[in-house]
Ligand binder design. Structure first.
Ligand code: E4P
Length: 215
């Protein structure tokens, strides 16, 4: 399973990229707004750091507007993937963009049927939201699992991105159910890096080394 970083924060993206573990970045309007900077500048800078799909979301809610925005965003860099909301208008836009060779990531997916529709329309990626379903007492990872099975059953090339990831357990479960990608916040990446036994082990090795280093 590949890991994408779910942020537009350049410091976080640089740090994660230096660790060699991320293969792409996902953003959404809320994530971009957190940076408080010029949107296009932020996206351009992300594209200079990570060499992989960079998802950028359209704002329009009509297919024509989505397509227009998508064409202009896709022209910014070849790695840009257009995030389109899972609506009837979004599906229409995905069909048009797919025919133009512009990659799409259908977002705000909360059921396997929505994912099937998005893949059928030609989406390159579908993003079921795990955490937001868990928040309302539904089992979010089940949607990821069902989506992976359905798309595999019928040979879709669409990749499944487990999104709205809130903790390391979500990441592990996404990998176990066969998601192609999990897009994760930087905080979750750092939680995955750390283990108290690793810290204790390093401390013990260094303490033992101190005893003999000058002998
Ligand atoms: C990524 O594609 C999604 O926009 C993001 O994972 C949503 O996460 P949230 O539910 O924590 O806002």
């Amino acid at each position: 399973m590949k890991l994408f970083l779910d942020t537009a924060n350049l410091d976080e993206i640089k740090k994660a990229n230096e660790m060699g573990v991320i293969r792409g970045v996902t953003t959404n309007p809320s994530i971009i707004a957190r940076e408080g900077r010029n949107f296009q500048q932020v996206i351009r800078e992300i594209c200079t750091i990570v060499n992989g799909p960079i998802s950028v979301e359209v704002i329009s809610n009509q297919a024509d507007g989505m397509v227009e925005e998508a064409i202009s965003l896709a022209a910014m860099h070849p790695n840009i993937v257009i995030k389109v909301p899972m609506t009837a208008e979004g599906l229409k836009a995905v069909k048009v963009l797919s025919a133009k060779g512009i990659r799409t990531n259908v977002t705000l997916i909360f059921s396997a049927n929505q994912a099937l529709l998005a893949a059928s329309a030609g989406a390159s990626f579908v993003s079921p939201f795990v955490g937001r379903l868990d928040d309302i007492n539904h089992y979010g990872m089940k949607v990821v699992e069902e989506t992976v099975t359905i798309l595999r059953n019928y040979g879709f090339s669409t990749e499944v991105i487990a999104a709205s990831i809130r903790n390391p357990l979500h990441v592990k479960k996404a990998a176990l159910v066969g998601a192609h990608i999990a897009t994760i916040p930087y905080s979750v990446l750092m939680q995955m890096v750390q283990h108290p036994l690793t810290d204790a082990g390093i401390e013990k090795f260094l303490a033992d080394w101190e005893k003999v280093k000058d002998k």
